[in-house]
Design a protein around this ligand. Structure first.
Ligand code: SF4
Length: 445
């Protein structure tokens, strides 16, 4: 029977042509479609996984938060989204399942498709929201098809798992997210950024689909909404998009990514009137200059004027801070910039060279497959010495903790210890790092 099913579904043919959803849904038990994300979702930091956009309609479809093993007989196919740090976990899981039933996509398969041809029948590159059209294409490595006609399958996910670390969000508050576009048009792209690899030009959702999605989001009664577009204000019609979102969800607090070069007083004022409470900007490496950050200081000043918070991420290149002097100099420069800009939230990330970016050629010799599991931006894997790594992790935390607890932050920016998820997360990290702090001063590596 199973053999017969597979034959009907085209598994025996050279080109894999799965049957349509109508055919699949006739027998739910043997026609399950299961979505998974590698690495598995983190309940403390997560957001709706992007695989929900890819999962097709139908009650034979599910999303497994735990990446469990299944009896392949009960499953038509698995849709697996893999990020670099989930590669090992994916390989272990895939080796226990039939290759012919595995479809894989996401950042890692897009940039390293050859790493997946052993484990998956189809390797999807780039964004995708029409899985059947995508996998019906000839060949093992195919390009994702995006038609912008469907809503993400949020019904397969519990949004209370979304525990974003943001100022003013209390633990019980619900956060939801929306993508109104994918990709980034910045030319040349920022030399470290992998977004243009996934999607080199903006793919914008039609406004009526955004409106339908906003309608659907009303039922969650959420307090915060994250617009996940890589560079929201780069879209020509971003004002209309924001109006649609704010119109449908007038009390929700919105935060979004933008780059300083796309902001001015008029746009910042408009955002403050349309529910935007925080804008995420990238300071990046404070010792370098970036075209997109030419107006960073002015943009943040205007955001403060109109009551919009700043979320500032920064990048630490571990190869530039080896040794006490270099480390001190870097963090002094960073601290000075933070005191000039006064962001309400900061987030440090270690440099991670992505294949296909400008910096890849410079750094690929330092990256090996054993480092994939550490592509979490919190591990300086470009450094081989484990003691130095540990010290660098500690100092990255320490300088953020110092900023949040400084007199400057608490008197001139906002109060830190208010039991929101930002405060609680850093308090938790402080507990984790305190024993390391005790040890670290005895280490002379
Ligand atoms: S960092 Fe932002 S602006 Fe630069 S390429 Fe990436 S998404 Fe575009």
């Amino acid at each position: 029977m199973e053999k017969e099913n597979r034959k009907n579904q085209g598994y025996g043919q050279k080109t894999w042509k799965p049957v349509s959803f109508e055919d699949l849904s006739r027998n739910r038990k043997t026609n399950r479609i299961i979505g998974m994300t590698f690495p598995r979702s983190d309940f403390n930091l997560g957001l709706e996984p992007s695989i929900l956009t890819v999962l097709p309609d139908g009650d034979n479809v599910s999303y497994d938060l735990y990446n469990r093993d299944y009896n392949d007989k009960d499953v038509t196919f698995y849709l697996c989204s893999v990020y670099i740090s989930g590669y090992d976990e994916f390989v272990k899981w895939a080796l226990k399942h039939e290759k012919k039933k595995i479809v894989v996509g996401g950042y890692h398969p897009t940039t390293f498709p050859e790493d997946f041809t052993r484990y998956a029948e189809k390797v999807v590159q780039g964004p995708c929201d029409e899985i059947f059209d995508t996998i019906e294409q000839e060949g093992q490595i195919v390009t994702g098809v995006t038609k912008h006609q469907r809503l993400p399958r949020r019904d397969l996910y519990d949004v209370t798992c979304n525990q974003q670390i943001i100022p003013d969000k209390l633990q019980g508050d619900i956060v939801i997210s929306i993508n109104t576009s994918m990709g980034c048009n910045t030319k040349p792209p920022c030399d470290f950024c992998c977004t243009p690899m996934m999607c080199p030009k903006i793919l914008a959702k039609p406004l009526d689909l955004v409106s339908k999605e906003v309608e659907d989001l009303k039922k969650y009664n959420a307090k915060f909404l994250f617009i996940r577009d890589e560079n929201f204000t780069m879209q020509k019609d971003w004002r209309k998009r924001l109006e649609v979102i704010h119109g449908g969800l007038p009390t929700i607090k919105i935060y979004l990514f933008a780059s300083a070069n796309t902001l001015n007083e008029k746009s910042i004022k408009f955002m403050s009137e349309k529910g935007v409470y925080m804008i995420c900007l990238g300071l990046e490496d404070p010792t370098s200059t970036y075209q997109k950050n030419k107006h960073l200081d002015e943009s943040i000043r205007l955001m403060k004027k109109y009551g919009i918070m700043t979320y500032l991420s920064f990048i630490v290149n571990p190869l530039k801070i080896i040794g006490k002097e270099a480390g001190d100099a870097f963090y002094q420069t960073l601290t000075k910039r933070l005191e000039e800009l006064g962001p309400e939230m900061i987030c440090g990330n270690f440099l991670m060279p992505f294949r296909g970016t400008k910096i890849w050629d410079e750094y690929y010799a330092y990256v090996s497959p054993e480092d994939y599991k550490d592509y979490d931006s919190k591990t300086p894997f470009l450094i081989r010495n484990p003691v130095v790594r540990e010290k660098m992790k500690f100092f990255m935390f320490f300088y953020q903790w110092k900023y949040f607890n400084s007199k400057f932050y608490n008197e001139q920016v906002r109060k830190f210890a208010v039991n929101d998820t930002l405060h609680l997360r850093f308090a938790e990290l402080n507990e984790k790092f305190t024993p390391i702090y005790e040890r670290i001063w005895d280490v002379r590596a």
